[in-house]
Design a protein around this ligand. Sequence first.
Ligand code: NDP
Length: 281
Amino acid sequence: MNFLKQITASFAQPAAENPTVEMIEAAYRHHDLDWRYINFEVPPTALADAVRGARAMGFAGFNCSLPHKVEVIQHLDGLGESASIMGAVNCVVRRGDEYIGENTDGKGFLKSLEEKVNPTGKSVVLFGAGGAARAIGVEVALAGASQITVVNRSESRGQELAQLLAEKTPAKAEFVEWSGPYVIPADTDVVVNATSIGLFPDVDAQLELITESLTNRMIVADVIPNPLRTRLIHDAESKGCTVIDGLGMLVNQGVISIKYWTGSDVDPRVMRDRVIEVLGL
Ligand code: NDP
């Protein structure tokens, strides 16, 4: 066996406090997979060399975190469908002799959502228009959501995402400028916070929305993994909504990445438990 062929990696900057390493290694250990997942601090100026190095050493693939998610594309041999629409890659997979860029962030979110509801024909309110929102919007739209309302503070980013969804996916999409407390339309099926509001240490920060407009027919998801129970999750539960916390997306993107690299299905609970332990959630 050539040990080097079993290496997967994370190209991150900086490398500190990366729970992904811990959760992926936990899955490899739990399933006796003879693989390793190693973190490398790669500055932007060294990205091309890092990808060349991965090829030279036969890595099965690697993750990219910010600021590499867009820049890495020029060093790859092709893109998966959703990564191509998003223009961002967080997971590179060696297929034959080629390195193909995928985006497992959105796919991870979708997996969490599909555990609760079939997204086909659903109406989604998406707060945010950054990288996380883009990944979620594209993947949910490709999975059959019929309507996506992008609610964002800055008009330019919000318009851009709504336009991308409308032009590149089968979903209808519109932008609403977030300039005050937002009333969730009564026919909404899924509400997603894809902003950074509420992320530790700003745990008391609150989304500007009218809590009374949340109803028990809605699914409410937060991308914030820390804290586990954000203000939004707490408020949504108090209104009887079905909730999805931010660990769902984090863990499931790892599950999907491992499937791409190794072909193995791993137990998400092992990974979730390890993240909770590492982050002290
Ligand atoms: P970006 O910086 O690309 O986007 C941030 C978004 O949040 C923008 O839409 C921004 O609006 C909005 N925003 C930030 N602060 C405020 C505020 N005070 N009021 C209104 N809107 C605000 O970040 P990402 O999309 O990459 O990440 C967003 C969050 O998602 C992060 O907290 C990250 O931890 C989390 N995440 C979680 C993942 C998981 O697996 N659970 C995976 C990836 C990300 P504007 O455009 O107006 O600036």
